[in-house]
Design a binder for this molecule. Sequence first.
Ligand code: S3P
Length: 430
Amino acid sequence: MNNELIATNNGNIIGEVVIPGDKSISHRAVILGSLARGKSKIDNCLMGDDVLATIRVFKNLGIDIKISSENTLMINGCDMSVAQNEYSLDLGNSGTSIRLIIGLLAGMGIAARLTGDESLQKRPMRRVTDPLKKMGARIELTNNEYPPVVISGTYTLKPIDFKPPMASAQVKSAVLLAGLNCTGKTVVREKIQTRDHTERMLSLFGGDIQTEEGIVCLTGNTGLKAVDFSVPGDFSSAAFLMVGAIIANQGDLLVKNVGLNPTRTGLLRLLREMGARIEINITSDDFEPVGDIRVYQGGLTGITVDPSLIPSAIDEFPIFFIAAACATGVTILRGAQELRYKESDRLEVMANGLRELGIKLKQHDDGMEIEGGAFTGGSVDAKGDHRCAMSFIIASLRASKSIKIMNTKQISTSFPSFLKLVNSLGLTVR
Ligand code: S3P
């Protein structure tokens, strides 16, 4: 993947696409398939750099994982019995991998040092290690917050009853994965529900887990069993193309086989509130609802984002800001300080890029007010954040001149086929 791209206005997004597998679900498929007893076959697994990092870690831990065809994984699980060793693990750019794996290994009392790239080494980890330490884990952080993270092995954890101080599926999942190895009930109480893939998939793999009114309750040490399934397309990847079709001069796009878990699809509600025409057709609902999305070009109007929708749209704000910049009137987002702790500070990176493209806005500590306008061309820096890079590429659909986007190579962490796909749909990106 090039680290610098030029996107030239073309204006149309028309066609039918299938999106690669969901990143969150693919990570969890590798983790739970590795822990289960027996052979799991995972179809449509995302083969982006982040999931490949998770696969690499479990291979290092001694699990037999084979990529049997383009997107199919065969995992021969270890029945929760990873060998005691001193592991040194590199998670690249992936926050989900490091946070979930810290929970798992801490729960197993396995000694390991975990680190990642420059961006990952700036991401806060106390949010996961604080509850894990309450469970009895022994973990050291760099400067009391960041990777490298060192877990010292050999101890037994006890379950906790935990209220996460921030809305985070990674924190919830780290505690639940640690709870898999505790005798008794681990409870997580969320104020606003975050993505619930871990809960759904633990249940799919035969774990003893219940959720009621935002309270998740897991009984540990019951074992997991292997299962075969197919990963739905990633709604967060589809989001770029959906917004593209709405803001294009001509847009009519059918996205097939996408995950439509309501804890992920806040963007649908936001775009509809702005006036977008979107049709949903649910085609199956096994462990996750899946279906087709059809979106049409149309004008948007600015809105004030309901803060209760933020967790279910958390990864979509970079592309939502592009939609807001194309809307008539002002769009206001507050209460979204979590955006500062993603692969980049997404409020800062998007605000700088939008200003460079001629958009008027006000940045707040916890959000942004964007006045709809017209994109000029210009040169923007995605700062190595895949979702900001893809968002600026989509902005080119409405830009008067080309947009140069720097630090884009991390697009391959979540959507390796993005450039090929958008070029085939009508954009010109080189
Ligand atoms: C994820 C949870 C979210 C999201 C990330 C993937 C997951 O992070 O932003 O891209 O798979 O659990 P937080 O838990 O930090 O909100």
